[in-house]
Ligand binder design. Structure first.
Ligand code: 9MR
Ligand code: ZN
Length: 534
């Protein structure tokens, strides 16, 4: 019998369930065993039946009633057992810290000295001049920011979205945000904001003089598997897009609001940048799309709809400035069918929701609050219903297992947490936590999708520094993209036959970019969700 648990564990008052999978039916007792004194409690087991997410026949064993702290495992009468796990109120604290600390390791344009980066230290990278694509002008270096993912590109839309996750993590959970080992520590600013500022300073450089914002800064093609300082190809500043400009305006407005109490000059710079990006978009109401020019092969972050990005911008700008023009535009967009709950790289309507729903109560008109609140509640209700329709209790639709599915899993949890806040109903938060258990190993591959955490974390991320630094273990706190029902890379195509159930479509190999890459916005949304439970 295979017995899957959250490999870190459960908090004392949580719903606590282990999942059993086997070819034979469960036909004998299942125990919860406490390691310190070998006391055992027999658990009641329920049959789920055949699970479409995993293709397995599943059972669940509930031990919610046990709340005593300690180290435990689940044992079947035939002696098969689960990994050990804790029951403890602080079981998710360290992993949350590592999820936030990860961004330091993604810094570009500076040395990562051993003092901070330990064995993952490296020299300064990507500090050469910039070639502007539009006019082929050679510009000074545009250093700073975080590498996007397993590649060394820096892209505006995912960068802004990552900042959105992290700034809201700070705004909603500031007391839980960790002190990190980073050069700025101790300067009087919370470290999560210090880390955000590293990205923001770069993001500000991505704005053109007319207020518009360039879509990305990358080489023409992805680097080989080399350390970042060895990637010497020409950095190219690609054309602007309205998505980049709107995301930029939104997140600089959000950051301006948050940084005001720490550094008013920086907050003023952010606000001015947000306003000029907004002015550009008022003057350019039509979509300005970005597509990779022929012969250019780095990420496209292609979007076809900038209405959600504009909606986020209007919300943050109205919250910052109270300009009625922004409120009117926001109201117009919120009355359409644009998605209002997603916090993804291409769909950002959920950020407008966070801006509206967590604002002081007299900031936005009731009708807007209701529009966003209804959208979150509706989505949360359908996610709740899903937890009983699959055997791993996921609050996640079957068709969500795409490239970067772990982001979708966490986005579903984020929506549930918002609904829990809106209604005060803890069942939503409990459903959100089922997805946390999945990420931490309660899945058919028995794999923790966060490096360094759990008994069987993935170890071979598609991440260039990890693959070339000569250190055995990747740095901790990296989130894998996760299973993808359609795989696109050669090793995954070879290993995973078409039609394989989604939860099995993951390959812990460096070359598997479509299932096992890492990305800043996968980490940041995971941090946002884990902050709640930490
Ligand atoms: O995360 C992105 C995923 O949703 C898309 O399906 C995929 C293909 O377009 O691109 C992913 O983003 C990648 C980006 O284009 C380049 N840097 C690495 C990103 C993570 O794989
Ligand atoms: Zn770099």
């Amino acid at each position: 019998m295979k017995i899957h648990v959250d490999q870190l564990g459960y908090r004392p008052d949580d719903v606590k369930v282990a999942i059993l999978a086997g070819d034979e039916p469960v036909n004998g007792p299942v125990y919860l065993v406490k390691e310190s004194d070998s006391t055992r409690v027999e658990l009641s087991v329920s049959a789920f039946g055949k699970d479409s997410y995993s293709g397995e026949t599943l059972y669940s064993a509930d031990f919610s009633k046990v709340s005593e702290e300690g180290l435990y495992f689940i044992e079947y009468y035939d002696c098969s057992r689960s990994d050990s796990f804790l029951i403890s109120p602080t079981v998710y604290r360290k992993v949350f810290e590592d999820l936030v600390h990860m961004f330091y390791f993604m810094r570009c344009g500076c040395e990562l000295p051993e003092k901070y980066a330990g064995p993952y230290h490296h020299r300064c990278c990507h500090a050469g001049k910039t070639l502007r694509y539009d006019d082929q002008a050679m510009l000074p270096p545009m250093t700073g920011g975080w590498h996007d993912a397993g590649d060394y590109g820096r892209y505006t839309t995912p960068g802004a979205v990552t900042l959105g996750h992290l700034l809201y993590t700070y705004e909603l959970f500031s007391v839980k945000c960790p002190t990190l080992l980073i050069p700025e520590s101790g300067n009087g600013v919370p470290d999560i904001l210090n880390e955000c500022r590293y990205e923001l300073e770069w993001l500000l450089k991505m704005q053109a003089s007319d207020g518009s914002v360039y879509h990305k800064l990358t080489t023409e093609r992805f680097a080989g598997f080399v350390m970042p300082e060895e990637d010497k190809d020409q950095m190219i500043l690609y054309p602007i897009s309205s998505m980049a400009t709107a995301d930029f305006a939104a997140v600089t407005a959000l950051a301006s609001r948050i940084f005001r109490r720490y550094d008013s000059a920086f907050a003023a710079r952010l606000r001015a940048a947000a306003l000029s990006a907004r002015e550009f978009l008022y003057a350019h109401p039509d979509l300005i799309d970005f597509r990779n020019p022929p012969g250019n092969y780095t990420g496209g972050y292609w979007d076809r709809d900038d209405r959600d990005e504009r909606m986020w911008m209007y919300a943050e700008l109205y919250r910052l400035n109270g300009d009625v023009r922004d409120l009117a535009e926001l109201t117009k967009l919120a009355a359409t069918d644009i998605d209002k709950t997603t916090l993804g790289w291409g769909q950002v309507g959920g950020f407008a929701g966070l801006s509206v729903l967590f604002a002081p109560s007299d900031t936005f008109p009731d009708e807007l609050f209701i529009a966003f609140s209804d959208a979150f509640r509706k989505r949360a209700d359908s996610l709740m219903a899903l937890t009983s329709e699959n055997g791993y209790r996921l609050a996640m639709p079957l068709d969500g297992f795409v490239w970067g599915s772990n982001m979708v899993v966490m986005d579903c949890s984020a929506a549930l947490l918002v609904a829990s806040f809106l209604t005060g109903n803890p069942a939503y938060a409990s459903a959100a936590e089922e997805n946390v258990h999945y990420l931490l190993g309660r899945n058919p591959l028995n794999r923790s999708y966060i490096t360094g955490h759990g008994s069987h974390p993935f170890r071979n991320p598609h991440n260039r520094p990890t693959a070339s630094d000569g250190v055995d273990e990747p740095f901790p706190g990296l989130v894998s993209g996760g299973p993808s029902a359609r795989v696109y890379d050669p090793p995954a195509k070879a290993a995973i036959p078409e039609g394989t159930p989604p939860l099995l479509c993951h390959l812990d190999e460096v070359e598997s970019f479509s299932t096992n890459e890492i990305a800043i916005y996968w980490n940041s949304i995971t941090a946002l969700v884990f902050a709640y439970f930490a």
